[in-house]
Design a protein. Structure first.
Length: 258
C-alpha cells in the first residue's frame, strides 16, 4: 500500500483498537470514508480488504462492513424451562457422580433423566512467537489411541481456573506461561454431563524444568499452527477442550502478515 492507503489503514485500525468502534459496530459508508479520509474508493476498498483479511472487520450486505466480534442476530425469547421435581445420587466418588433427576419438560410427562457430574476443567492454548502451540502427544486408554492435546486438568477445590491452567501447563510440560487470558467456558456434553470446561489462551512461556506430573506427562512439542488443520483432519487431536481451544486460536489468527 502507498502512503495514503497506509494512513487510512492505520486510522481505521485505530478506530477499532481504541474502542471508538466496538465489536459489531458498523463502519461509516464508503462514500463517507472516502470524503472524510481523503482517499479514492478503489484504494479504500484495498484497505478494507486488508482489514477483513486480518479479521478486524467483516463484510455484510453490499459494500458494508462491521467490526468483527459482535453479534448481529437477535436473541430469541426464552421458552418455559424444564421443571425439576427432585434428584437422587445413585453413584458417587471423588471423580464422578451419577444422579437421577426427576424432570418434567413442557407438555411432556415427567421422567427420570441421568446426569453425570464431573469436575470443572481448565485448558490452555499457549503460543510462541513463531505461531506454534504448546501440546502433548499422549495415549488415552478410553479411546485406545494416541493423539495431540493441549495441557490442562481438573480445577482443585479452592483454586480458581486461571491458577489451574497455569499450574497444569507447567506440571505437564515444564513450560511456565507468561500470562493467560480466559477465552470461553462451555459444556462438552450438555445433554447429560455437567462438566464446565474453561479455555485460556496466551503468548509466551519460559522453560522452567522437566514435567513434574508423571501420570499426565507425554511428549512435549511446539506444534506449528499451520499443521493443526491437517492433524484435525487425520483425527490426531484428542478431546473437546483441545478442539475448542485450537479452533479459537485459528479463528483469531490473522491470515496475512505471519
Amino acid at each position: 500500500m502507498g502512503p495514503k492507503s497506509t494512513r487510512v489503514y492505520e486510522a481505521i485500525r485505530e478506530w477499532i483498537t481504541s474502542g471508538k468502534l466496538a465489536p459489531g459496530d458498523k463502519l461509516p459508508s464508503e462514500r463517507t470514508m472516502t470524503a472524510d479520509l481523503d482517499i479514492g474508493r478503489t484504494a479504500l476498498r484495498q484497505v478494507l480488504a486488508r482489514l477483513a483479511s486480518e479479521r478486524l472487520i467483516v463484510a455484510y450486505g453490499r459494500s458494508s462492513y462491521r467490526v468483527a466480534g459482535g453479534v448481529s442476530i437477535e436473541t430469541p425469547p426464552e421458552g418455559q424451562p424444564w421443571q425439576i421435581h427432585g434428584s437422587r445420587t445413585i453413584y458417587d466418588n471423588r471423580w464422578v457422580s451419577l444422579d437421577l433427576v426427576d424432570v418434567e419438560p413442557p407438555g411432556v410427562e415427567r421422567f427420570e433423566h441421568h446426569v453425570v457430574r464431573l469436575h470443572r476443567v481448565a485448558i490452555s492454548a499457549v503460543l510462541d512467537d513463531q505461531d506454534r502451540v504448546l501440546m502433548l502427544w499422549r495415549y488415552r486408554f478410553v479411546p485406545q489411541q494416541w493423539g495431540w492435546e493441549l495441557p490442562g486438568g481438573i480445577v482443585d477445590e479452592g483454586e480458581d481456573s486461571l491458577t489451574t491452567a497455569l499450574r497444569e501447563t507447567e506440571e505437564e510440560t515444564g513450560w511456565r506461561p507468561r500470562s493467560l487470558e480466559h477465552v470461553v467456558t462451555y459444556q462438552p456434553m450438555v445433554g447429560m454431563v455437567d462438566s464446565p470446561h474453561e479455555i485460556f489462551m496466551g503468548r509466551g512461556a519460559d522453560l522452567v524444568g522437566e514435567p513434574s506430573d508423571a501420570e499426565e506427562a507425554g511428549h512435549v512439542e511446539w506444534v506449528p499452527l499451520a499443521d493443526i488443520p491437517g492433524l484435525m483432519a487425520d483425527g490426531k487431536l484428542m478431546g473437546s477442550g483441545t478442539l475448542v481451544g485450537l479452533l479459537h486460536v485459528l479463528a483469531s489468527a490473522p491470515t496475512t502478515g505471519r
